[in-house]
Ligand binder design. Structure first.
Ligand code: GTP
Ligand code: MG
Length: 196
C-alpha cells in the first residue's frame, strides 16, 4: 500500500458517532510518539501536533487516509501530572471510542523501546487481548538503540506484554526505519477487512 493522501478530518471528545469506514487506532503512553508516527506514516510533518511536553493530544483526532480509511490518534495514558478528573475523562473517552468503533480494524499499540513496559502498558495490552482487538505492538524510538539492544528490547516486550515477536514492529519516526513494514502491514489488514 502507498499513502497518497492524508488529511485531518475532525476531533472528538468521545460519544459522537464515528464515520462508517475502517479504522486503525493508535494508542500508547503519553509522549511515546503517537502523533510523530502518524506524521511519519503520512509523510507530512505538520499533520498531527507533536510536542516534547507529554499530554499534548487530549482529544480523539481522526485523519482520513487515501479516502479509504481513518488513522485515529487517541490521547495518551499514564501522564502523571494530570488531575484525577482528567484521568477519568480519558477513561470515558477511550471507553466510548472502543464501544462506538464498530469498524475498528486494528490497533497500533505504541511502546517506547528504550524502557521496560509499565503497568499501564500491560493493562492496555491486556484490554486489547481480552476484547480480541487485533493489534500490533509498535516499538518506538528505535533510533535510540543499537541492533543488539533492539533484539533484547523486543524480547522484553514479548515477555511483559504477552505477545509474539512477529507482532512487534520496531520503528523510528526520525530515521523512518520500520515505516514501510508498518504501512505494508496496514495494507494487508485493510485488504483482509475488504474481503470480510
Ligand atoms: N528519537 C526519537 N524521538 C521521537 C520519535 N518519535 C517521537 N519522538 C519525540 O518524542 C516526543 C513526543 O512525541 P509525540 O509524537 O508528540 O508523542 P505522543 O505520543 O503523540 O504524545 P501525547 O500526544 O502527549 O500523548 C517528541 O519530542 C518527539 O520529537 C522517534 O522515533 N525517535
Ligand atoms: Mg500526540
Amino acid at each position: 500500500m502507498r499513502i497518497k493522501r492524508a488529511e485531518f478530518l475532525t476531533s472528538l471528545t468521545g460519544g459522537q458517532k464515528l464515520p462508517e469506514v475502517p479504522q486503525i487506532a493508535v494508542v500508547g503512553k503519553s509522549n511515546v510518539g503517537k502523533s510523530s508516527l502518524i506524521n511519519c506514516l503520512c509523510g507530512q510533518n505538520k499533520l498531527a501536533r507533536v510536542s516534547a511536553e507529554p499530554g499534548k493530544t487530549r482529544l480523539i483526532n481522526l485523519y482520513r487516509i487515501n479516502d479509504s480509511f481513518l488513522l485515529v490518534d487517541l490521547p495518551g495514558y499514564g501522564y502523571a501530572r494530570v488531575s484525577r478528573g482528567m484521568q477519568e475523562d480519558w477513561g470515558r473517552m477511550m471507553d466510548s471510542y472502543f464501544e462506538g468503533a464498530t469498524r475498528l480494524a486494528h490497533v497500533l499499540h505504541l511502546v517506547d523501546m528504550r524502557h521496560e513496559p509499565g503497568e499501564n502498558d500491560v493493562q492496555m495490552q491486556a484490554f486489547l487481548q481480552h476484547n480480541r482487538i487485533p493489534c500490533t505492538v509498535v516499538a518506538t524510538k528505535c533510533d535510540k538503540l543499537s541492533r543488539a539492544q533492539r533484539q533484547k528490547a523486543v524480547l522484553l516486550l514479548c515477555r511483559t506484554l504477552g505477545v509474539q515477536p512477529w507482532e512487534v514492529q520496531p520503528v523510528s519516526s526520525v530515521t523512518r526505519e520500520g515505516r514501510e513494514e508498518l504501512i505494508d502491514r496496514i495494507g494487508v489488514i485493510l485488504g483482509e477487512e475488504d474481503e470480510a
